[in-house]
Design a binder for this molecule. Structure first.
Ligand SMILES: Cc1cc2nc3c(=O)[nH]c(=O)nc-3n(C[C@H](O)[C@H](O)[C@H](O)COP(=O)(O)OP(=O)(O)OC[C@H]3O[C@@H](n4cnc5c(N)ncnc54)[C@H](O)[C@@H]3O)c2cc1C
Length: 299
């Protein structure tokens, strides 16, 4: 690890660190160390980093803002790649915006609103990066990022090339895309429409207020489960009597039952056990097997 870290650090401008605690990079504040933590600043650095890791047989994981991620306390035996530099840039032209994958989604929502460009209001209050939002097809209030997508630039770690994908090629559906672990979203182009800034701002404000009341303030990883077809995961968990249920430092939120919060230095094991318990109880009571929305790392 030491050798490859030194080699990469000598070639790229972004930071290359060893043994970085991932709890500092996840919204639920849980996660052990990644062997390597590398921040390529542009596509050529990303290509160099992924090729070097591949040659050395070191697995890698692309991290956004870690807002839909549960990392094991043991951490990750490989390299975590977090995009920086060029990937944080965005550019509005006419009714479209091209946003780098590392642009925070809330920033994009605000910038679109300031320009009187509508479409992203649904995302007001969704944390994370634009790249993470495309992979997860993040959404709320009946809309999702995929609805606005014109195209996405995606780097393939195996071919070392960037390809342009149209929305229909990414199989975007409810919290799902066909983007695989060996693919890195570099940028997305979104189509917006003109609307009065005051109107956009009012909708964003309404959605933000809605979240303030219905989502916990304690550290969480967003929704743990996807809504099953025709049902609402939070309601099923609540009706199974699990709201407020605690295990170690983890708790099924008493505000929104589909959130597990880290209320007192929870371990990844606490959260994993609570997830299992919720799944088992919901399956027993309603015969429904809940599917995870949150992504796991190091398990
Ligand atoms: C309080 C709270 C509220 C939330 N509300 C919502 C909501 O209303 N709707 C909703 O959909 N989600 C919600 N989420 C979940 C989360 O914010 C979204 O899923 C978000 O889009 C994840 O982005 P991220 O950058 O944090 O991705 P991460 O959590 O870092 O990663 C998620 C996955 O995407 C991959 N990934 C990230 N970036 C890239 C990239 N550039 N290229 C390739 N792969 C990449 C990762 O490898 C991982 O598999 C909420 C989370 C929290 C904490």
């Amino acid at each position: 690890m030491e050798k490859i870290a030194r080699e990469i650090a000598a070639k790229i401008t972004g930071p290359v660190k060893r043994s970085v605690p991932l709890k500092n990079y996840t919204s639920i504040k849980i996660g052990g160390p990644a062997d390597l933590f590398i921040e390529p600043q542009n596509i050529s650095e990303l290509a160099y980093v992924t090729a070097s890791l591949q040659k050395a047989g070191i697995p890698c994981f692309i991290l956004g803002s870690g807002t839909n991620l549960l990392v094991h306390d043991r951490g990750y035996r490989g390299a975590v790649i977090r995009l920086g530099g060029e990937f944080k840039k965005y550019c509005f032209t006419g009714l479209q915006v091209v946003a780098g994958a590392a642009v925070p989604l809330p920033l994009l929502v605000g910038e679109a609103c300031r320009r009187g460009l509508s479409g992203l209001e649904f995302a007001a209050g969704i944390p994370g990066t634009t790249g993470g939002a495309l992979v997860m097809n993040a959404g709320a209030h009946g809309s999702s990022l995929g609805d606005l997508l014109v195209k996405a630039e995606i780097f393939s770690c195996s071919s070392q090339e960037v390809h342009t994908y149209l929305p229909e090629e990414l199989e975007l559906s409810y919290r799902k895309s066909s983007i695989l672990p060996g693919q890195v979203v570099c940028s997305v182009t979104l189509q917006l429409e003109k609307r009065a800034m005051a109107e956009i701002s009012a909708v964003c404000e309404e959605f933000l207020q809605y979240r303030k009341i219905r989502q916990p303030l304690q550290p969480s990883a967003g929704s743990i489960f996807k809504n099953p077809p025709g049902g609402i995961a939070g309601r099923l968990i609540e009706n199974a009597g699990l709201k407020g249920c605690r295990l170690g430092g983890a708790m099924v939120s008493d505000v929104h039952a589909n959130f597990i919060v880290n209320f007192r230095q929870a371990s990844s094991e606490d959260v994993a056990k609570l997830i299992d318990m919720v799944r088992t109880e919901v399956a027993k009571k309603f015969g429904i097997k809940l599917e995870l929305e949150v992504r796991l790392l190091g398990y």
